[in-house]
Design a protein around this ligand. Sequence first.
Ligand code: ZN
Length: 367
Amino acid sequence: MQSPLLDRFRCLNPACPDVDQLGLGNIRHRKWYETRSGRRRLLRCATCGQEFSELKGTALWNVKLPHEQVGNIVEHVTRGNSFKETAELTHTHRTTVSRLTRVTGEHAARVHDHLAQDLQVTSLEADERHGFVGRKDQPCWEATVIDPRCKFIVQNALGARTTDLAVRLLFGARARLHDPYGIVLFTDGWLPYESLFPTVFGRPYQPERQGSRGRLPRLRYRIPRTSGHVRIIKTYQGKRVTDIRIERAAGSQRRVDQELALLGYTTPNTSAVERHNGTVRRMNPHQVRRSLAFARLPHVRQTVSDLVNAVYNFCRVHRSLRVKLDEPVGRRQYAKRTPAMAIGITDSVWSVLRLLRTAVLPTPCRS
Ligand SMILES: [Zn+2]
């Protein structure tokens, strides 16, 4: 009889026929073994015979610190504390915080890649936040695509504010969607969004060749009736917005109106992503305004950003996502939800340790 406890684990051997399958009963408990951070199970896959630690594929594998302390470090960093402040608050060294942030941030990105697939999304909002790495003259913008209905961060991209940033952002977001041809995209007036929209969210087709010789004409893109792109173009005088112009760049007005009604908006806007900008500037130490927490290396910036996004999506409840309970529990009238719960990836609020303990297949590291 298989212990229900062992059903939490799965084989992560890519060559195994039962790879990444839960509840098949192929995982056996081999023995306990001692580590510096406590007693661990050694598990064995009965299908392929491979033995592995119960922490294999999690962020806590080979971590020497007590796991609660790792959780505390992540909590502190994702509440906008610098590495130095976090080290002082958790009685660790600054380099320990930096190393664990990298390990947990890379893990967080893998969890997002693994779980944020096939998303049922009908509209997206995109925006970029300014930041820098090392020195102020080395800008590192952080571009985000968010689902305004569930407040779920679909995709994030870091780098200079060039077309390449928009390419990585929009193609990355598209790859995670169940139906990329049913999207209404709300953006600011940044031109790459407009020029990329047909390539990313349009259907490619091959135009007829003129005559019978020569190479075929270049692929063209047809924008489906089910999608649209609205630009919200703001004119600034100094820091003050003097004028807002709303422009439908692609798709039909009917589809845009239908999406606005679904979202409960009267006019097109990018309020969800702009509100999220404020949240991130509280959560990510490198985005806090007038702080002394500088990212000196690009990979630190990337991993902190990945960590903050995963904690936001899976661990932080969002007030606007709460749902009224059928029957109040004591004085509690609402059930709290995280963006990941609203979009249907999970049905509970995750603790940071739950995020770190989620096992995912190791993927080749990003360039
Ligand atoms: Zn196996």
